[in-house]
Design a protein. Structure first.
Length: 285
């Protein structure tokens, strides 16, 4: 039976680990806060207390942690056996994708840069999209893991960091959509326009965006059940801005970052990224 060491069982990692177990893989899961991993025992996952216990004899190491430094810190303390393949699914940005690839070379393990597209719902349904870059000879083996957590895998070549770069491109778009929705709804309220008219007029047009319909009602209600936390969305926005550097003006991502940081400062860090709306309103005062 294929053994998977799964490190990081937060909003995304927990359902991903559960889906791997449902697919018949032997999964050992670890999380820094053990209580977040313990419910996985009911899903057939072996919950362990240390990353070292998880990786012993594992065919695959899957990391789904908050950011590059967190991934590097955990990986640094591991002793991986020959043959273990590292599937790095966290969104870490360009610099850290390169650093982690270098760490894998030093450790003598194959490395696949494979961030996933999707939030809590798709993760629970096994409908994530996997963006992957790594050695050709690991494709078939990795498919066993990717098919359990996602509906589609896009192999983007062998160069580590390629998938991370595309993930940042996609995140820039998602951030722009979320922030733009928040700005439009906030503007409606400031101008005394019924915000529901935003959705009514948009209906059936070329600019009708399902994502706005998913996030907009949260903004109007002020209730933000987390599919993807605002704190992590701010991290991703920061990675987009850093990646762009001085080459181009990613004003949309920069605006989203400013509003998300404001929302986090106001106590919405664990709320859904739709809480960007709170940052928009706060910035206006």
């Amino acid at each position: 039976m294929t053994i998977v060491a799964f490190l990081g069982t937060g909003i995304m990692g927990r359902p991903m680990a559960a889906n791997l177990a449902r697919a018949g893989l032997s999964v050992r899961a670890w999380n820094r806060t053990l209580a977040k991993a313990e419910p996985l025992a009911a899903e057939g996952v072996t919950v362990v207390e240390t990353p070292g216990e998880a990786v012993k004899g594992a065919d695959f190491l899957v990391t789904m942690l908050a950011d590059g430094p967190a991934v590097a810190e955990v990986f640094r303390g591991l002793s991986l056996e020959p043959g273990t393949i590292w599937l790095q699914t966290s969104t870490v940005g360009v610099e850290w994708a390169d650093r982690l690839a270098e760490a894998s070379v030093a450790a003598g393990v194959p490395f696949v840069d494979c961030p996933v597209m999707g939030t809590k719902g798709p993760a629970e349904q096994g409908q994530l999209q996997v963006l992957a870059a790594g050695p050709d000879n690991v494709h078939d083996g990795a498919a066993e893991v990717f098919d359990a957590i996602g509906s589609k895998t896009r192999w983007l070549g062998t160069e580590p960091g390629t998938a991370t770069r595309l993930k940042l491109v996609m995140n820039a778009w998602i951030l722009a959509l979320t922030n733009g929705t928040g700005e439009s709804l906030a503007l409606a309220r400031v101008l005394g326009v019924d915000p529901q008219l935003f959705f009514d007029v948009m209906s059936g047009t070329g600019f009708d965006v399902p994502y706005a319909r998913a996030k907009g009602p949260m903004m109007l209600s002020g209730e933000y059940p987390a599919s993807f936390p605002a704190s992590l969305a701010a991290k991703d926005a920061r990675l987009v801005v850093e990646a762009a550097g001085h080459a181009i003006d990613v004003g949309g991502a920069a605006a989203a970052l400013a509003h998300l940081e404001s929302a986090v400062e106001a106590g919405h860090g664990e709320d859904d990224m739709a809480a960007v709306y709170e940052g928009i309103v706060k910035k206006g005062h």
